[in-house]
Design a protein around this ligand. Structure first.
Ligand SMILES: NC(=O)C1=CN([C@@H]2O[C@H](COP(=O)(O)OP(=O)(O)OC[C@H]3O[C@@H](n4cnc5c(N)ncnc54)[C@H](OP(=O)(O)O)[C@@H]3O)[C@@H](O)[C@H]2O)[C@@H](O)CC1
Ligand SMILES: Nc1ncnc2c1ncn2[C@@H]1O[C@H](COP(=O)(O)OP(=O)(O)O)[C@@H](O)[C@H]1O
Length: 490
């Protein structure tokens, strides 16, 4: 199923719509039930009670609903709650008391004094938090962190760890040290990017059975499922010949950077390209005999006089300073193209056409947008959208996770592995994307499925190589990754 990414504003919009039709109460009920189920799933049944903390807003309301559902199945609970400010939190405090739930006043000393707990649920603050934690809630969080660290009691964050902000990917001075997070209705940027994503611990999602179209309308990005992506992968007829399978040109390499285009070529071959030719001024190593290599004295002269055209090309990997001028020439061909590495330059702004995929990592994206790298990473979604608007075509802003931007929207990739942070990984991706373009996939589909294929191959290769993962190891897994997407297990 497609998952969505909501900003704090998107959550508010969704809440307003639910409230208008009387569905906010059922949504909170679904949230609390999901929290209870998550706790029961993660914590082995035992004699110790579960401790739940409820803040003043709807996040606290979720904790109060969860406590009621836990009591209903005979699980003992200890509940500390702030005075509710949200009407539904107030109502659910009443409902909890009505079924015999005991609730004590929330304070830092109360957190410290509570008897041993099997686990804690943090319902102090969710998407409504603004700025650093203040007042009594700051003291409560400090007491909780100290106690749970000392007693080794695990913590489940409801929606997001209190103290983190939904749209921010950095961690402030103080936040709840969560072991697990249950995201509600949709992911927020905090769950997916940067240090904040790591601070969420082991992440799961419950969509609260909300109308998917409503969530989609408020979403800033989609997170497609493997099954959806697998459906767009090209199928080859039984009588296909190599010309049908796509001719890819790889234009890159220079003295000292001869390996980059070779890795792109292997990426294209392993993604099914029928004929892959490497064009370079350098002596590109023959990493596999299936690759064809043509050495040129001047790529500029060659391109100026070349009348043949590939089905798709990838340009820029290890190419050096001449890359933007060469990119201008191939952009004028209006052929499906992947522009990577040295071709990712501000002077090409506005030149992208519908068949182009730009593939910057955050450093290259910063150069293209003429901002600091930290500005790019602070807002991957916004940066990818800005790049797309400025450069045209489709943008893959690479990272863990990567973001794909096209004229109509944004998509966040799943999976991958930190071992993929190694040289040559992006070169391989450029080849994957070029092969999918050469097979005739529409640009935005090629970008989304190609990024996921590469990430899936990385996951597989990491099982064997861990952090010692190399780009060639990933390329070797592309075939099995393709099979995984074509027949996903879940
Ligand atoms: N559609 C969905 O996804 C659904 C989401 N649901 C749930 O709703 C949650 C969002 O609830 P929410 O909007 O009531 O906000 P919430 O996080 O409880 O905080 C509000 C309180 O925080 C306070 N406060 C703010 N900043 C502070 C600070 N720095 N330091 C200290 N206090 C601070 C603020 O105080 P005030 O500024 O008003 O004085 C106010 O009292 C969401 O995360 C999910 O769990 C489900 O129930 C239903 C469907
Ligand atoms: N931590 C990570 N998790 C998942 N994927 C990652 C991670 N780090 C890097 N990658 C992926 O590896 C590739 C690295 O690309 P890039 O930085 O251009 O490498 P290079 O320039 O060395 O070829 C990208 O596709 C990126 O999405």
């Amino acid at each position: 199923m497609t998952e969505y990414v909501l900003s704090a504003v998107g959550v508010k919009g969704l809440d307003a719509r639910l409230e208008a039709v009387g569905l906010l109460d059922p949504a909170m009920e679904a949230a609390g039930r999901a929290v209870a189920a998550e706790l029961l799933r993660r914590v082995p049944a035992g004699a110790r009670p579960l401790a739940l903390l409820a803040g003043p807003g709807a996040n606290g309301g979720d904790a109060l609903v969860a406590a009621r559902h836990l009591l209903a199945v005979g699980q003992p609970v200890m509940v500390l709650a702030a005075v509710p400010k949200h009407e539904l939190a107030q109502r659910n405090l009443g409902r909890l008391r009505a079924v015999g739930g005991k609730v004590e006043e929330l304070s830092a000393p109360a957190v410290t004094a509570l008897p041993p707990a099997a686990a804690w649920a943090d319902g102090l603050l969710g998407t409504g938090l603004r700025g650093p934690l203040r007042g009594e809630l700051a003291e409560v969080v400090e007491a909780l962190n100290t106690r749970t660290a000392q007693a080794q009691e695990p913590v489940l964050a409801i929606d997001l760890p209190s103290g983190l902000e939904a749209d921010r990917i950095t961690c402030p001075a103080l936040w709840v040290r969560a072991d697990w997070t249950l995201a509600l209705s949709a992911y927020k940027p905090v769950h997916l990017f940067g240090a904040a994503a790591a601070a969420c611990g082991d992440l799961s999602l419950d969509t609260l059975a909300l109308p998917l179209a409503w969530t989609a309308r408020q979403a800033s990005a989609v997170r497609p499922a493997d099954a959806e992506l697998g459906r767009v992968l090209p199928h080859r007829r039984a009588d296909a010949h190599k010309g049908d399978a796509g001719r890819v040109w790889v234009i890159g390499g220079s003295v000292g950077l001869e390996g980059a285009p070779a890795m792109t070529g292997v990426g294209a071959l392993r993604t099914g390209a029928g004929l892959v030719t490497l064009h370079s001024v350098a002596e590109v190593p023959l990493v596999t005999p299936e690759l064809m290599r043509t050495r040129h004295d001047s790529l500029n002269d060659w391109l100026a006089h070349e009348s043949a055209r590939p089905d798709a090309l990838a340009l820029g990997m290890g190419l050096g300073a001449q890359a933007p001028a060469l990119a201008r020439q191939v952009l004028a061909w209006k052929r499906p193209s992947v522009l990577d590495a040295d071709a990712l330059q501000p002077e090409l702004s506005g030149l992208g056409h519908a068949g182009v995929i730009w593939t910057p990592h955050p450093g290259e994206a910063a150069r293209m947008l003429e901002v600091a790298v930290s500005e790019v990473t602070a807002d991957s979604l916004g940066s990818a959208a800005a790049l797309q608007q400025r450069y045209g075509g489709v943008v893959v802003l690479k990272g863990g996770p990567s973001v794909v931007a096209w004229a109509g929207g944004l998509s966040v990739s799943r999976g991958g592995h930190p071992g993929m942070a190694s040289a040559g990984m992006g070169d391989t991706l450029a080849g994957v994307l070029a092969a999918l373009l050469a097979a005739g996939l529409p640009t935005e589909q090629a970008a989304q499925v190609g990024v996921r294929l590469h990430a899936r191959a990385g996951e597989r290769a990491a099982q064997r190589h861990g952090y010692g993962l190399g780009a060639s190891d990933v390329a070797a897994e592309l075939g099995r990754a393709w099979a995984d997407l074509s027949a996903p297990s879940g």
